[in-house]
Design a binder for this molecule. Structure first.
Ligand code: ADP
Ligand code: MG
Length: 293
């Protein structure tokens, strides 16, 4: 890229930032706390039974092998649930079922008390408010941090006001909020391809947050991160819980220890144990499946 092009790009970015700040000042409350800008795709989600996700007796076989075997599990709104278990336990397959990527052979999967996820396609489930982070970061490497987030916001055709001004103000506000949440404010003009592995993961989480998901599924989010990045990710997740419901699959026990309330241990496609980390770690059946391999 020539210096002129770079200069032009920087100028455009400055203009956009100025517009963002201006839009931010014009929101109802002048900032982050204005409520109208945070409509949730799933405002209609029925949480009357205190469960945002409910799986009962779910099974799926691949070539006769039961990857998920009468799995039952539920999660409360705002919870940060950790899922652990040996390789091949069915953790990723469970996420595939929740997000509509894999259809179970039998069982029940509900989002809130009324939305039967087995009746929805993968894109529909995403629009209902379930976001998924795969293990490998998938950001647009050629675009800047800012442009990646902008793109994610634009793809979010939620229930934002149809009034043009309000939509842009709300989106700008959300973009700034997400940037702060993922701690990439000072890297917003940086090309995503030049970020560290951890920063790319945070950017992708930021892109998911732009879709305002009620439930976030994260598959091995700290794999390959430095210790410092892992600690920062723990803080990020602790900040997200409550506002969002999180289901986190991870092998990193220090990370699990830092973030966990309830830990579910999956083994051979079913729940083997569940409870506080110290309790499941002391469970002889859990010790057996971890040490017995
Ligand atoms: P985990 O994420 O806990 O390591 P997975 O859910 O990836 O486990 O896999 C559970 C089991 O199901 C493994 O034995 C895996 O080989 C098998 N499996 C997963 N997906 C498929 C598929 N699409 N076709 C065949 N076998 C699969
Ligand atoms: Mg897996």
């Amino acid at each position: 890229m020539t210096p002129e092009l770079l200069e032009q790009g920087a100028q455009r970015m400055q203009q956009r930032l100025a517009a963002l700040e201006a839009a931010r000042r014009q929101t109802a409350s002048g900032g982050r706390s204005s409520g109208f800008s945070r409509p949730k795709a799933g405002d209609s989600l029925d949480l009357a039974h205190g469960r945002i996700l409910y799986l009962e007796d779910v099974s799926v076989s691949f070539d006769g092998f039961k990857a998920i075997n009468n799995l039952s599990l539920d999660i409360a709104p705002g919870e940060l649930r950790c899922i652990i278990g040996p390789n091949g336990a069915g953790k990723t397959t469970m996420m595939d079922i929740i997000t509509g990527k894999t259809r179970p052979d039998s069982g029940t999967v509900f989002f809130g008390s009324t939305i039967d996820l087995l009746r929805h396609t993968e894109p529909q489930i995403a629009r209902l408010g379930i976001g998924r982070k795969f293990q490998k970061p998938t950001v647009f490497e050629q675009l800047s941090v800012f442009e990646n987030l902008e793109l994610a916001l634009r793809m979010h055709k939620g229930v934002l006001s149809s009034l043009r001004f309000r939509r842009s103000a709300a989106q700008s506000e959300r973009l700034l909020e997400v940037l702060e949440t993922i701690g990439l404010q000072t890297s917003l003009q940086r090309q995503a391809g030049l970020l560290s592995h951890g920063q790319k993961q945070w950017l992708e989480i930021g892109m998911l947050l732009c879709q305002d998901p009620q439930l976030l599924l994260l598959d091995e989010p700290v794999a390959g991160m430095t210790d410092q990045e892992t600690e920062r990710t723990a803080e990020l997740f602790l900040g997200l819980k409550g506002k969002h419901t999180l289901m986190v699959v991870e092998h990193d026990m220090a990370f699990i220890k830092a973030i966990s309330e309830t830990v579910t241990v999956l083994c051979e496609g079913s729940v083997l144990a569940q409870g506080p980390l110290s309790q499941v770690q002391a469970d002889p059946r859990v010790i057996e499946v971890y040490l017995g391999r």
